[in-house]
Design a protein around this ligand. Structure first.
Ligand code: B12
Ligand code: SF4
Length: 651
């Protein structure tokens, strides 16, 4: 049989720019390998690659174009995978595919479909069979019996029978020994074309904990399973030989649960010059283990901390000893390992004091001076299969706000479908909470803004609030409400305005925030900007280079930053110590990727500012001569500014 799997559409919003995660899907690669072993011709169509290359667009056209490209593969069977965050798209794609290929059975799998199998089959006729839980053992018998739908007692299969009834066979198939599986079929993806620096590698499944917001234990079971050391290292070696990878992302919700096995793995991998990253809990690592991991090439650990409040640790059943958090992160940093510390807000029972504790711990971690820790603050997404949804699922609310991870809904029909079906799309909804929804949205947006600028600046600004993110958030939120600004509109410009209202427009804190925001803007512009080529002539339209910005009436920020960095623990600098105001030009160097800052005199700054709008040299000359400005540049000055990349030709 020709079996075609269609990968998830995963989407990360990088400062407003979509970035599709090109890591191959571990589950699908495993299934492809199983199918091929069974004599089938199996492959994966990866929409994220098509979107990255511009062959598909993330808008309504996707619903026409992607099914057509599936048809071009001429499959006998199509298998969709889905997470809650992209399930709406999968329904629409599958429905269109069914119109094009009514005779081709459509399979569905993955955590979301596993838990909501019955409801999905009842509501969406387009899916023929759902393979629940881990499908490697199910796949071949399923394909064999697909014709006529005689699945008998095949465990973990839910389907629409030939007579149209919905049948859900009991059983939760899980693979006891992951080493028995064939090696994942990485060649189902054009990996070499993706230009990935690191490659994901499934290390194992299952988690013995049962946090109330997480569905892992429901889906993969509570039995922690890890591939053997020989198998893991063998897969790394194969990927090294086949593609040259030396950096690996080990995927497992909780890699470090079995200390002995992890130590054994470290011992085996340490001399190979590989680097790798994994997930852990702070209570599932210790000094010795962290040292062994660092010595064996571990360069990154993802820690789900989830909340800085002891009360919420208990209520969410995460039950971390919060005393372990900061020393663990500090030791990891000292050993050269970067960490991600992830937090959640929006728990139904979360009170103001709980959120404040989360923000303060997050602020201390995310803005650590060593710069080795990345902080994340997520909105709690209701997920099927969790204890929280069992308790609060009947009271979900909807306001259409898109939270991180959820794929944007592509048209009004999707929005209606999602809004009317909280049970099937819970993660686009939210739990009723003690704190206002707007407060949750605000703290997330404001943390993300602050975390996006240079850490030294964010850290320094926080000092004006006793180094407590909760105090800064409270003050900024009160000001936001007084100004009638929506939480969804919070960005760095908001912060600059808030700090100006709190400390005065000419305070050096405001300058530093303006400076850091401009650097970020220039950095982002430099990422995507292509300089227009053409012949420079006197009547060419010119503009200030896209990868540069002019700031006027600002402190000498590079000098200020040098002082702050030299003496990081000084009290907040006094206003009178910080000197007068000047003008700055911030510019990306296209050759080196470096961002440089130049001090400008006022005349030069105002002359350059004229090029913020498109301008011809002749026009510029007329204007500046008329005003008697000193910087009435000659044509050769303009040529030099273009050569230096300060001005550029309009596209
Ligand atoms: C690595 C990982 C990621 C990676 C990549 C995800 C990917 N490629 O799918 C990244 C970092 C991008 C990621 C992000 C997110 N993730 Co994630 N992630 C994982 C993690 C830890 C491992 C996934 C994995 O490789 N598993 C191993 C493979 C073998 O399992 P599998 O992919 O599920 O496939 C098996 C079965 O599901 C089934 N199957 C799957 N598809 C199909 C299709 C067919 C046709 C058939 C027959 C069978 C079948 O067979 C496979 C083999 O047994 C899982 C937890 C876990 N332990 O799985 C969470 C998990 C998948 N993530 C989850 C979530 C919620 C997210 C996020 C929304 C963020 C968040 N809140 O955590 C984002 C979404 C990002 C996005 N926009 O897509 C949830 C999904 C819950 C749900 N109801 O959808 C999980 C289960 C964790 C959890 N319990 O919260 N994630
Ligand atoms: S959040 Fe982490 S520790 Fe808790 S159940 Fe999920 S995977 Fe396990």
């Amino acid at each position: 049989m020709r079996l075609l799997f269609v990968d998830n559409i995963g989407y990360n919003d990088i400062h407003g720019q979509p970035e599709f995660d090109l890591q191959p899907h571990a589950g699908l690669m495993s299934l492809v390998a199983v199918a091929r072993q069974g004599g089938h011709a199996a492959g994966v169509l990866n929409p994220k690659w098509e979107l990255t290359c511009g062959r598909l667009r993330l808008d309504e056209s996707l619903y026409e174009e992607l099914p057509e490209s599936i048809v071009r593969h001429n499959p006998d069977v199509v298998g969709f995978t889905a997470l809650g965050c992209n399930f709406a798209l999968v329904i629409r794609l599958a429905s269109q595919l069914k119109r094009l290929l009514p005779g081709v059975p459509i399979l569905l799998g993955g955590p979301h479909a596993t838990i909501l199998h019955r409801e999905i089959l009842e509501r969406f006729e387009v899916f023929d069979v759902i393979a629940r839980h881990e499908a490697e053992d199910t796949l071949l018998p399923l394909l064999e019996r697909l014709d006529g739908r005689r699945f008998g007692d095949l465990p973990g299969v839910s389907y629409r029978s030939a007579g149209g009834n919905i049948v859900c066979n009991p059983g939760n198939p899980l693979i006891g020994d992951l080493d028995t599986l064939p090696h994942p079929a990485y060649d189902a993806y054009p990996i070499a074309e993706y230009g990935l620096e690191k490659i994901c590698l499934e290390a194992g499944r299952g988690c013995p904990f049962s946090c109330t917001f997480c569905s892992t234990a429901t889906f993969f079971g509570r039995r922690y399973r890890l591939k053997s050391t020989e198998r893991l290292v063998g897969e790394m070696d194969q990927l090294n030989v086949a593609y040259g990878f030396t950096a690996f992302l080990l995927t497992h919700d909780l890699f470090t649960v079995n200390r002995k096995k992890v130590l054994e793995f470290c011992e085996a991998v340490r001399d190979r010059n590989y680097t790798w990253s994994c997930s852990a809990r702070v209570d599932c690592v210790d000094d010795e283990l962290l040292r062994a991991m660092a010595g064996a090439g571990c360069r990154g650990i993802y820690f789900g901390i989830e909340t800085g409040s002891l009360r919420m640790q208990a209520l969410s059943c995460k039950r971390l000893d919060l005393e372990l958090v900061e020393p663990t992160i500090a030791l990891a940093a000292q050993l050269g390992m970067a960490t991600t510390t992830s937090f959640i807000t929006g728990y139904p029972e979360e009170e103001a004091a709980d959120q404040a504790a989360t923000l303060d711990l997050l602020g201390r971690l995310a803005l650590r001076a060593d710069g080795k820790t990345m902080g994340q603050l997520h909105m709690l997404a209701p997920e099927p299969g969790t204890a929280l949804i069992a308790q609060y699922g009947s009271r979900l609310q909807f306001d259409g706000q898109l939270i991180d991870f959820n794929i944007p809904l592509l048209d009004a029909a999707d929005e209606t479908m999602v809004a009317q079906n909280p049970k099937l799309f819970p993660n686009y909804h939210y739990y009723p909470t003690m704190l206002p929804r707007e407060r949750h949205l605000f703290v997330i947006a404001s943390f993300n803004s602050l975390h996006s600028i240079a850490r030294v600046v964010a850290r320094y600004c926080l000092r004006a609030f006793d180094s407590r993110l909760s105090l800064m958030s409270d003050a900024a939120d009160a000001w936001r409400r007084s100004q009638g600004i929506a939480a969804s509109a919070v960005d760095m410009e908001f912060f600059i305005a808030f700090m100006a209202a709190s400390f005065g427009r000419s305070h050096h804190l405001v300058s530093l925030l303006r400076y850091a925001t401009s650097i970020l803007g220039v950095r982002l512009a430099a990422k995507s900007h292509r300089v227009a080529t053409g012949i420079l002539q006197r009547d060419s339209e010119l503009r200030l280079a896209r990868c540069s910005q002019i700031l006027t009436d600002i402190h000498d920020c590079p000098a200020l930053l040098a002082r702050i960095t030299r003496t990081p623990d000084d009290a907040l600098l006094e206003e009178q110590e910080t000197g007068g105001l000047t003008c700055l030009l911030i510019k990306a160097d296209s050759a080196s990727d470096e961002i440089a800052t130049f001090k400008l005199d006022r005349d030069t700054a105002s002359a350059l500012a004229k090029f913020q709008k498109l301008k011809r040299y002749t026009e510029f000359r007329r204007e500046t001569m008329k005003n008697g400005a000193t910087a009435a540049w000659s044509w050769s000055d303009i040529r030099q500014l273009c050569a230096d990349g300060v001005l550029e030709l309009a596209a």
